[in-house]
Design a protein around this ligand. Structure first.
Ligand SMILES: Cc1cc2nc3c(=O)[nH]c(=O)nc-3n(C[C@H](O)[C@H](O)[C@H](O)COP(=O)(O)OP(=O)(O)OC[C@H]3O[C@@H](n4cnc5c(N)ncnc54)[C@H](O)[C@@H]3O)c2cc1C
Length: 357
């Protein structure tokens, strides 16, 4: 008999898992308290990369995740993902040399750009760096739109979606998960996938399961639409920035946002937005940028910064992670394989929920 699987969370992770499970002919229902991409997935910078990683396994996971995005692009046909490459000069001198050596040794595509090469590639930047690193294979995705397309794709394979329905608990029977308690009553299932981002811990706690989550507030800023100015993802000492297809510049207000470990906003959101606009104006003086949207968000970061994927108790699969833009396509593939085939995927071995005890 086909297993009934409930996936909690219509962010990009839940959507990617539902898409792959539905393609594998599982009976899937996606449940969300709000609407698709209303959490972190609707407020993401969307950078797909492996130039940032926390350790050697994490690097390998991110490289595999980039390849999975290419497969997903082919599967979906209309993925909002492009591969413009990154120019980074957040580091200089020895720190930059170390990054270059580490990535070169790992076989990651990276080259050093001189100022004149940089100027040819990004002529609008007022003060080009002396040396920048170029990661030509990196990409960006419009994460909200990817989430919607994954859900539509899952729907074409028979998945259903229940929106505006808060999950209030996880039901168990005989030591195994048997469904969900919702604001409107129980939903029975053979298996539950929890991809509820920052809402995960609250649902796990009544089962006696702990998942340490870090408190990581962030703001993503969008300017008014501007004429074409940038062709790459830029990582400057002050910020990460890119230009969307509609001309708007997009930037998290904290520098080095992937490793940002602030637990609180350092200033009111509008002050942080003004500060970022000043950085953008220095970078692109001809742009006359104004901010139009400053979106407050909370990044779902497990306690050690690394993803959490795998079975927590019988019938309950967890998928919680930061860098979900990079990892979503792979997370969907691997979770669906583990759930449908019952076999452990070696790539996920370091990321099991059991590591927190
Ligand atoms: C500012 C910012 C910049 C980022 N930049 C990048 C980047 O450049 N590259 C990168 O790889 N990653 C980036 N990320 C991280 C990435 O966006 C996240 O890892 C990813 O969006 C997480 O997706 P998710 O589906 O796990 O969570 P979410 O998108 O938060 O989705 C969780 C969903 O679960 C639902 N939910 C929660 N609790 C319940 C409940 N009890 N009942 C029902 N539904 C519930 C919520 O409503 C929500 O829709 C960034 C994040 C932020 C905030």
């Amino acid at each position: 008999m086909t297993e009934r699987i409930l996936v909690v969370g219509a962010g990009v992770i839940g959507a990617a898992i539902a898409f792959q499970l539905a393609q594998g002919r599982a009976d899937v229902t996606l449940v969300d308290a709000a609407t698709p991409a209303s959490g972190a997935s609707g407020r993401s910078f969307g950078w797909i990369n492996a130039s940032f990683s926390l350790d050697v396994h994490h690097f390998g996971l991110r490289v595999a995740a980039m390849a999975a995005h290419h497969r997903l692009g082919t599967d979906l046909g209309d993925a909002p993902t492009t591969w413009p490459g990154t120019l980074a000069w957040d580091e200089a001198g020895e720190a930059q040399d170390r990054t270059f050596a580490r990535l070169t040794e790992a076989g990651y595509p990276v080259r050093r750009l001189s100022r004149s090469e940089f100027r040819r590639m990004e002529p609008a930047i007022a003060t080009p760096p002396e040396i920048a690193l170029h990661y030509p294979t990196e990409g960006v995705t419009d994460l909200a739109s990817l989430t919607h397309r994954l859900i539509a794709g899952a729907g074409r394979h028979g998945a259903r979606i229940l929106l505006g329905l808060p999950v209030t608990g996880i039901l168990t029977h005989g030591g195994r998960v048997s469904g969900l308690q919702t604001a409107e009553g129980p939903l029975p299932a053979d298996r539950v996938v929890l991809a509820a981002g920052t809402g995960t811990l609250e649902l796990l706690a009544p089962l006696g399961l702990g998942l340490p989550m870090l408190h990581r507030p962030a703001i993503i800023l969008k300017t008014q639409p501007l004429p074409p100015l940038l062709s790459h993802i830029l990582v400057t000492p002050a910020m990460e920035i890119r230009q969307e297809a509609d001309g708007r510049l997009l930037a998290p207000t904290s520098p080095n946002h992937q490793a940002d470990d602030s637990t609180a906003f350092s200033a009111p959101p509008e002050d942080l937005a003004d500060q970022s606009i000043r950085h953008i104006a220095e970078l692109l003086p001809q742009a006359a940028p104004r901010w139009q949207e400053a979106l407050r968000a909370f990044r779902p970061v497990p306690g050690d910064g690394l993803p959490v994927m795998g079975e927590a108790v019988e019938g309950l699969y967890l998928a919680v992670m930061h860098s979900g833009a990079t990892l979503a396509a792979l997370a969907g593939e691997l979770a669906a394989k583990e759930i449908l085939d019952g076999k452990d995927e070696p790539l996920l071995a370091p990321y099991r929920p059991g590591r927190f005890g």
